[in-house]
Design a protein around this ligand. Structure first.
Ligand code: HAM
Length: 426
């Protein structure tokens, strides 16, 4: 039997992890600048939490959750992070301690979708949730933060799409208008959309089936049905984005696949690198009713989540940077022993060191230093040992010089420090 990973679930091996670390570090760095603080909630929650918050007639709840029974309880692997975070917010009565809370999270999510490039059954999301502020100033700020994040990552060409789906009243009015529009066209819809039409007509708007997309092309716009308070919220959001100079498009058909949204909705798409059809990097929006529906107080909330695999695909044509570490290449047994101590001294000074103790030729060690993208290579041979020096090669700058053994730690630290300025998220 050859064991293989479960379909749609990927291993991330050490040679790929550096890109993940850089991406996660950049995410943390940016969101912490906006005073978001990390929260970690369990991967398993009671199934009922997801049914209640995400909505019974959404794809995620209807067919994509990994659910199982354990001691007569129905548990599900989290398909997203918003429901668990909201549950924790209510359970720990966070609203009683602070009027506004900004949380972020990063971790694996699980959806039994049909796997393809950019769509997996275990995937990683990083997201933010902001509780206690009804917006729309913070809505504009959040969208602008995401644009700043992508620009920092080197993906400046993103498309930001925004919409408002109003509060419960606007949605009820829109539901009726949409049903009136779609009922006569039911015969043109996909079987799935037809079956769900009466229960959840808004879902037809984000169906990927070309028959559904053609049928809703001239559907009424929810923006035309917004009552005055929702309209004011929407207008002020747009004024905020305009004042910031944040580029965005209004997309009146944007509903996203989760039922908890109200008012502001947004998504961010890109088409760079190796991204295929799954090119939505971020989905988010306001969900003012969720905290109360989970038994908490009437606290408004807004948030987003981004798919980390998709962002890495979008970044796949950016050139990898030389890594900030030092490769130590000793030639001969005496040099190997001396290198052991030198490596320890360098590590004590905070330098990352890869000591090649295999006794290979210099040529093969240099090849290895290049292949691992080391920034510095230290060569320590018999003649260097006799002279009390080490040959320091700066592999990125293509320079080399001899450095007295006693000054090596300082010289390497300095060379790596000056190399670090250009690295993303370092
Ligand atoms: P979502 O739109 O379902 O929203 O997912 C957000 C992002 O997660 C997507 O845009 C995509 O990048 C990534 N993603 C989703 N499913 C997959 C998958 N199967 N494989 C790879 N990546 C995927 C949410 O999850 C909401 N919780 C966002 C939110 C937070 N709204 C308010 N707060």
């Amino acid at each position: 039997m050859n064991y293989r990973a479960v379909k749609g679930m990927n291993d991330i091996l050490p040679d790929e992890i550096e890109r993940w670390h850089q991406l996660e570090a950049t995410f943390r760095q940016i969101v912490e600048r906006y005073r978001y603080a990390e929260t970690r909630t369990p991967i398993l929650e009671h199934t009922e939490l997801f049914v209640r918050s995400i909505g019974e007639t959404t794809d995620v709840v209807e067919k994509e959750m990994f659910t199982f029974e354990r001691s007569k309880e129905s548990l599900s692997m989290r398909p997203e992070g918003t429901a668990g975070a909201a549950r924790a917010y209510v359970e720990h009565k966070v609203h009683a301690r602070e009027p506004v809370s900004r949380w972020y999270y990063a971790g694996p999510m699980f959806r039994a979708e049909r796997p393809q490039r950019g769509r997996y059954r275990q995937f990683y999301q990083a997201g933010c949730e902001l509780y206690g502020d009804p917006g729309p100033v913070c809505d504009a700020e959040m969208i602008d933060m995401l644009v700043a994040f992508f620009s920092e990552l080197g993906i400046p060409e993103v498309q930001v799409r925004v919409n408002s789906i109003g509060g419960p009243d606007a949605r009820a009015a829109y539901r009726t208008a949409l049903l009136e529009f779609l009922r006569p066209r039911a015969g043109e819809l996909s079987e799935h959309a037809r079956a769900r039409l009466e229960a959840n007509p808004l879902r037809v708007l984000d169906s990927k089936d070309p028959r559904d997309q053609a049928a809703v092309a001239d559907a009424p716009s929810i923006l035309d049905l917004l009552p005055p308070a929702d309209r004011q919220h929407w207008d002020q959001l747009r004024r905020g984005l305009d004042a910031l100079g944040t580029p965005y498009e209004v997309q009146p058909g944007l509903v996203r696949g989760l039922d908890y949204y109200s008012r502001t909705l947004f998504e961010i798409n890109a088409s760079t690198g190796e991204l295929g059809a799954q090119n939505t990097l971020v989905g988010g929006g306001r969900y003012d009713g969720m905290i109360r529906s989970l038994g908490g107080p009437d606290v408004p909330a807004i948030g987003f989540a981004m798919g980390l695999e998709r962002i890495l695909l979008a970044m796949s044509d950016s050139t990898p940077q030389a890594s900030r570490f030092c490769f130590l290449a000793p030639i001969g047994e005496q040099a190997q022993t001396a290198a052991l101590k030198l490596a320890r001294d360098l590590r004590s000074a905070g330098v990352t060191v890869d000591l090649d103790g295999r006794g290979n030729s210099l040529k093969s060690m240099l090849r290895r230093a290049d292949a691992t993208r080391a920034r510095i290579c230290l060569v320590l041979g018999e003649s260097e040992l006799e002279q009390g020096v080490v040959q320091l090669k700066d592999l990125a700058a293509h320079e080399q010089r001899n450095v007295p053994l006693a000054a090596v730690v300082a010289a390497v630290s300095e060379a790596l420090r000056s190399a670090s300025g250009s690295e993303v998220g370092a």
